[in-house]
Write a protein that binds this ligand. Sequence first.
Ligand code: RB5
Length: 140
Amino acid sequence: MIILASDHAGYALKEEIKKFLNKENIIAIDVGCYSRELADDYPDYAKAANTKVLEDPRNVGIYICGTGVGMSIAANRNAKIRAALCLSTNVAELARAQNDANVLVLPGRSMKPKKAIKIVKVFLTTDFEGGRHARRLKKL
Ligand code: RB5
C-alpha cells in the first residue's frame, strides 16, 4: 500500500500523484494535508505517514513538501524509515536498488507532475538488490 503525505506546499503535486495511482488501481492512503490554503507543518504529516508506512514492510511512502528537504529530514528521524529525496528517475532507481528506500520524497514547488509521475513509476517498480547494499544498511 502507498501512503501519501504532504504539507500545503506539496498538496497540489500530491493530488496529481493520487490521480495517477487511482488510474493505475494502486491503493493509496492519504494522511493529509487536505488543502493548499492552510500554512500547516510538514513534520506532523511525516510523523503520521511514517506510522502507517511501518505497519507493513511492503508499504511505501510518498511525501511532498515545498523543497522536499523538510519532509526528508522529518521522515528520517525515525530509524526504520529510509526516505530519499529524488529529483531524477536515476536517483529513484538507485534509492530503491541500493538504499532500499521505503519513502520517496518530492519537491512540490519545483517539480512538474509529469516528471514526478515518471519518478514515482520507477520508485514503485524497482526492487532492492540486497548483497553488499544490505550490509551497508545494517550499519545505519
Ligand atoms: C513550507 O512553506 C515549506 O517550508 C515546506 O514545504 C518545505 O519546503 C520545507 O522544507
